[in-house]
Write a protein that binds this ligand. Sequence first.
Ligand code: G
Ligand code: G
Ligand code: MN
Ligand code: NA
Length: 254
Amino acid sequence: QQVEASLRRALDHEEFTLHYQAKVNLDTGMITGAEALLRWRHPEWGMVAPARFIPVAEATGLILPIGRWVLGEACKQAKRWLDLGLPIGAIAVNISAIQLRQEDFVSRVKAILHQTGLPGRHLQLEITESVLMADAAHNGTVLQQLKDIGVQWAVDDFGTGYSSLSYLSQFPIDVLKIDHSFVSSIETGPHDGIIASAVIGMGNNLDLCVVAEGVETWAQVEFLRQRHCDEAQGFLFSHPIPSDAFAKLLVAGP
Ligand code: G
Ligand code: G
Ligand code: MN
Ligand code: NA
């Protein structure tokens, strides 16, 4: 396939880049960190959306070298910002099931942190709940080993999978990200508002940091704030932007 052949060359030709989307504390308005999001600048096709190439990368195993590049790049960048004295908090990186399943995943992450000099507490790893539940016994060990060196774990797209919060609490999870599909209709769809409220409430009781994704309006912010949702991420605060633009945002505030 065309995408696959191009993907194989993309790493060598430095066609990938990371954009960063701010996460904001809903009480203080301060930036608490960012999610690193992969972007592919194809020489002819222009920007290719992750939705178009991540599934291909996963199906072909190319997600492994690409995922390693993403982790290395995000950690390198985070260390640069730290050295500049910027309050970066934790930089979140999306991890796919295939990466997590790798025998040497833990040692690779440790090696990257060691090579870049980034303290583990400044790295957050995002996995979806279905990835987490797929191999619960193995993942429990993996999560704990990295948690032991300060790495944080976030459950992405929460609410779209099939896990229960009580099951989740058996894993060393730090962050729960409420899927944007619930947030977008938080007020219009009565059920989504109720689901979002329930997730926030239970997340708070389990001492998890609850992050709402896809926040686009101040009305959504008000709804979330009233229910003590900790943080928000979305176009209202910032789109995913290149590293230099994110550094400016860190200095100036959202
Ligand atoms: O930006 P958005 O279109 O940026 O991202 C779409 C999807 O691609 C999201 O579900 C996101 O989790 C996924 N994604 C973005 N960057 C990465 C990455 O570096 N690795 C993996 N595995 N998924 C990513
Ligand atoms: O990893 P995850 O599936 O959460 O990826 C986040 C995706 O959501 C990315 O594609 C990102 O560009 C997108 N996104 C981020 N903020 C918003 C927002 O406010 N509204 C919408 N519709 N999408 C968003
Ligand atoms: Mn994510
Ligand atoms: Na998400």
